[in-house]
Design a protein around this ligand. Structure first.
Ligand SMILES: C[S@@+](CC[C@H](N)C(=O)[O-])C[C@H]1O[C@@H](n2cnc3c(N)ncnc32)[C@H](O)[C@@H]1O
Length: 172
């Protein structure tokens, strides 16, 4: 289990093939801890491996942050109740496209881990705060659409695991 999830005692996390890896979750949590974003958004919750860990960190650090996450798969949802994290995470059983109009903005931190990466990045861009961090997972995995274009645009490209691209939203 990720070091941070274990230390914060997050329950019922899944670490299967589709889940964010332990190292990815630790890296995301460290960035959230450092940047203290208020509005955090994830596309693709799966079983909540990343989002529950971030929610537990938000509770621990008490910096006023909240994570909004979603997944259209009827079998996938984070175990929010068992972890008693209702004040720190909101889950929508919808696509990211459907969730976006319903959540507060501007977005300070975006974890893009589901759907067509390029399409969703274009969609979220007008709603990002200047300086917002965007972490896109699996950008080297040919199974996921839109990764190649994001790799070319990344401020930091981490070519480990399935590829993690980090971008910072600049003023246009
Ligand atoms: C790689 S998994 C996400 C892993 C998760 N972030 C974690 O921490 O374990 C990708 C998920 O994205 C979901 N997905 C697919 N299209 C989506 C969309 N348009 N919006 C939101 N989620 C989507 C899938 O149902 C799948 O569960």
């Amino acid at each position: 289990m990720s070091l941070i999830a274990r230390r914060l005692r997050v329950k019922a996390l899944q670490w299967g093939k589709m889940a964010s890896t332990e190292a990815t979750v630790d890296l995301l949590a460290a960035l959230v801890r450092f940047c203290k974003p208020k509005i955090i958004v994830e596309a693709g919750a799966f079983q909540g491996t990343a989002s529950l860990t971030i929610a537990a960190l938000l509770e621990h650090d008490d910096c006023g942050g909240h994570i909004y996450t979603c997944d259209p798969d009827p079998d996938m949802s984070p175990n929010i109740k068992e972890n008693e994290l209702e004040d720190y995470i909101s889950f929508f059983h919808t696509t990211f496209e459907e969730m976006l109009p319903l959540i507060p903005k501007p977005i300070d931190f975006f974890y893009l881990d589901g759907g067509d990466r390029w399409k969703l990045l274009e969609l979220v861009e007008p709603h990002l705060r200047v300086g917002a961090l965007i972490c896109v997972d699996d950008t080297l995995d040919p199974d996921w659409d839109g990764g190649k274009e994001i790799v070319e645009l990344a401020n930091i490209q981490l070519d480990k695991e399935r590829g993690l691209s980090i971008l910072q939203h600049a003023e246009v």
